[in-house]
Design a protein around this ligand. Structure first.
Ligand SMILES: [Zn+2]
Length: 510
């Protein structure tokens, strides 16, 4: 697939650990939340759509329904307003205005079923009380209920584990440690915590969950927890962000009593523990291989039907075997199946595992079928604004200082992580390009810089390799076959060996 350039503004809205529910689970009930309490609302999967029984909605929202047997339609009355449904049409007339539905209503015997979106598109606009349908959380919030969405992510920063809570809308809160827990209490009626789970645990972090009260996010601390610092940080519009650093006991605390956050944000200027445990010189310990695309994102497609997502996964799996055998390092894949993985999830996997190198694999497409050959890319900061470029130059005064820490990694926003690795990434890209050139056809522009979405958040030297062009008939045939895939794997492995040899301190600068 053609490389996707990115807009810096788009980076802010991240949902790293959202997992799409498989279709067979999609009939899980919804929960209706009112100030008075909660009740389940059954959902049924019909033709790939979640549907509610109209009778259930009538009970909850005080609707009256009347079937027009002549016209074959159904009239739903909400107060003084009406909605007209027809069983053949994915449409509804709402107070005289047509709206679309993702599917037509279904009639089974005397029962009518409507798509879940009926609630937000038909009912909510004319309801006298506020109705908020939150599909990802399977919630229907009725009336004036303060129920902020809380999304959590955790990342390992050496001896510190950083927990970030994004809260929308911004909601007053306190942060306090109680025993082996940190409690974040929100001034709300309840929490929408569908995105609360994090897939990272560490020696200072065991779990993040709603607990203590329904308005409290509880962080279960790990056995090596020493101290914590918390602060409120800038966040995308309509949200606020709470950052809580969990510092391991192993970190020295020079002349500094342990800080116990009792509902107070941490003070800036606190002496910082050393950030990272350094790997042995010359050591590559972890390499992340990113198989481009996946799931319903097939990437580029050749004329014979070869899909980029399949080529990248096949080469990624082979490359993992080759690197493990030849270099004896840990290799992680951003996906080992045919699933969707977001660009930020790919970067987070590498960052959370403290990888030393990141290689993203793709196959290209062109409108001209004659275009062929492999290409190697690393990131350019062109278009990323002055902050990112300052970050790359290491000019601390120009950096947005968040959290008041003195460590470079603390004051460089996440989305600019790659900026500091551009020299290493350039060297890595050069080594890979040199090795590929000896074995496979190369593009006329074999080594390039580009603003690549998947690389920007990667906190280590990183490259993206376009293995060839699927729009070239010869290359499509070869890319789908064993011989070229094996040759590519050999060359990529060789490139990594050369980079390691030329950069004996690779990985120690994090
Ligand atoms: Zn691609």
């Amino acid at each position: 697939m053609k490389l996707r350039a990115l807009g810096v503004a788009s980076i802010a809205a991240l949902t790293l650990f959202t997992i799409a529910l498989p279709a067979q689970q999609s009939a899980l009930p919804y929960t209706v939340v009112t100030r008075a309490g909660r009740q389940p609302l059954a959902a049924r999967a019909m033709n790939g759509q979640d549907m509610f029984a109209l009778d259930d909605l009538a009970r909850i929202f005080n609707l009256t329904t009347k079937e027009d047997t002549l016209a074959g339609g159904l009239t739903v009355t909400v107060g003084t307003q009406t909605i007209v449904l027809s069983p053949q049409q994915p449409l509804a007339s709402v107070a005289g205005r047509m709206i679309s539905l993702p599917a037509a209503p279904v009639r089974e015997g005397r029962m009518w079923f409507v798509p879940v979106d009926f609630v937000s598109r038909a009912l909510a606009p004319i309801s006298p009380i506020k109705i908020d349908l939150r599909k990802p959380s399977r919630l229907v919030i009725v009336g004036d209920v303060r129920m902020p969405r809380i999304a959590a992510r955790a990342e390992a920063l050496g001896t510190t584990t950083r927990v970030t809570l994004d809260v929308a809308p911004p909601t007053p809160h306190t942060v306090a440690q109680e025993g082996s827990k940190i409690l974040v209490r929100f001034d709300a009626d309840a929490l929408d915590a569908a995105d609360l789970k994090t897939n990272l645990t560490s020696d200072t972090l065991q779990a993040i969950h709603v607990g203590d009260t329904p308005q409290t996010v509880t962080i279960d601390l790990g056995p090596r927890f020493g101290t914590s610092r918390s602060s409120d940080q800038p966040a995308p519009a309509g949200a606020s962000r709470i950052v809580i650093d969990l510092v391991s006991q192993e970190a020295p605390q020079p002349n500094q009593p342990p800080q116990t956050p009792q509902g107070q944000p941490a003070q800036p200027g606190t002496p910082e523990p050393p950030l990272l445990d350094l790997p042995p010189a010359g050591g590559l310990r972890t390499i992340v291989i990113d198989a481009g695309h996946g799931g319903d994102d097939a990437g580029a497609r050749g004329a014979q039907g070869t899909l980029e997502k399949n080529v990248t996964l096949s080469v990624a799996r082979r490359l993992k075997g080759s690197i493990e055998a030849r270099l004896g390092v840990r290799v992680l894949l951003t996906r080992d199946g045919d699933q969707n993985v977001g660009p930020d999830q790919r970067a987070a996997l590498a960052n959370n595992n403290k990888a030393d190198l990141f290689i993203s694999l793709h196959a290209n497409a062109s409108v001209r079928p004659t275009v062929a050959g492999a290409q190697v890319f690393y990131l350019t900061l062109a278009g990323f604004g002055t902050d990112a470029n300052a970050a790359a130059r290491g000019n601390p005064e120009a950096l947005p200082v968040v959290g008041g820490g003195s460590r470079e990694i603390e004051i460089i926003p996440w989305e600019m992580a790659q900026g500091r690795y551009l020299p290493q990434s350039a060297a890595f890209a050069g080594a890979i390009e040199g090795a590929l050139r000896e074995h496979v056809p190369m593009s006329a522009r074999a080594l390039q810089q580009a603003p690549l979405r998947v690389l920007v958040g990667v906190n280590m030297p990183a490259v993206l390799v376009e293995l060839g062009f699927l729009t070239n008939a010869e290359q499509e045939r070869l890319l789908a076959g064993d011989t070229l895939q094996s040759t590519l794997v050999q060359a990529l492995t060789e490139g990594i060996v050369r980079y390691r040899a030329a950069a004996p301190t690779a990985g120690t600068t994090k």
